[in-house]
Design a protein around this ligand. Structure first.
Ligand code: PAF
Length: 282
């Protein structure tokens, strides 16, 4: 059923609403997003809706998690469409703070999850996870959720947030939902919008590599080096794809070996990430 969604830009107002929900005994779900919403985000919203009495979705393109040479300015934004989708999903509040509201002058405090934030994705995007941990902490402080919803697509982000909530005794349950894929297997990502037709075709090799590793795992292969080699070979056969990393890691520590196949690659000029817990259907 379609209802109104209250758009809130001010953190004190968001805190006041969340406080009211809590006082009324309502459970609160938060879905943090950077907008440009797709079915992956909506699967999180639907789960939050099913599990919580009140649902807030934040839409904030967080400058702190983008490197100086990254796509902060170009990142796709469509607030009107996002609000329309959130209204359809019956979300109670869309929290849309401006950059100055989140990071007023003099706001120099940062949250770091040491070690985990330096591996793989963190090594290729210095400062990225500090930006993620800081904004997620701030969003938790604004929306006071009982549960917060994240996609498995960003596996290292999920591990980092789970670690952070545990280490800082945050009273928030981190709920992780499976990656949503297009019919050709490509993981949904707001950055897919950057791909040309040829690049989009080439992007299938990322899930192709994960499938090959998953099949080998299903046939009993457990050697991380050999699993990794199989994935690298699939990506090497696609000239438009340049891998940043391909690994098989522990899903909590991101140390190798493990059972989570993870990869990042440039497809043309667009950087995409994907992963798969080996042994699960793909
Ligand atoms: O996954 C994302 O979209 C972002 O990293 C998040 C969690 C909303 C923080 O900006």
């Amino acid at each position: 059923m379609e209802t109104g969604v209250q758009a809130v830009a001010n953190k004190a107002e968001m805190q006041g609403i969340a406080e009211g929900w809590r006082r009324a005994g309502h459970s609160v779900g938060l879905v943090p997003t950077m907008g440009s919403l797709h079915e992956g985000h909506l699967s999180l919203v639907r789960r939050a809706r099913a599990q919580c009495e009140r649902v807030a979705v934040s839409v904030f393109v967080n400058p702190l998690q983008f490197g100086p040479a990254e796509d902060f300015d170009a990142y796709p934004r469509d607030e009107e469409r996002d609000l329309m989708l959130l209204r359809k999903e019956g979300v109670d509040v869309a929290y849309l703070p401006a950059v100055g509201e989140m990071y007023p002058p003099g706001a120099t405090t940062r949250v770091r999850v040491h070690s985990l934030d330096e591996k793989l994705e963190g090594a290729h995007r210095p400062g990225h996870f500090e930006g993620v941990a800081t904004i997620v902490t701030k969003l938790f402080n604004a929306a006071r959720p009982n549960r917060a919803y994240f996609g498995q697509k960003d596996a290292q982000q999920v591990a980092l947030i789970a670690r952070m909530t545990r280490d800082l005794d945050m009273d928030v349950e981190v709920v992780v939902l499976p990656t949503v894929r297009d019919p050709d297997g490509v993981a949904l990502s707001s950055r897919n919008a950057y791909l040309t037709e040829d690049e989009r075709r080439a992007a299938r090799s990322l899930v192709g590599a994960l499938r090959v590793a998953n099949e080998a795992f299903g046939e009993g292969e457990r050697d991380a080096t050999r699993l990794r080699r199989r994935m690298v070979d699939v990506l090497a056969a696609e000239p438009l794809v340049r891998p940043d990393y391909v690994e098989v890691v522990d899903p909590a520590t991101f140390d190798s070996p493990g059972t989570l196949a993870v990869l990042a690659a440039r497809v043309g000029r667009t950087r995409l990430i994907d992963n798969h817990p080996l042994g699960q259907p793909l």
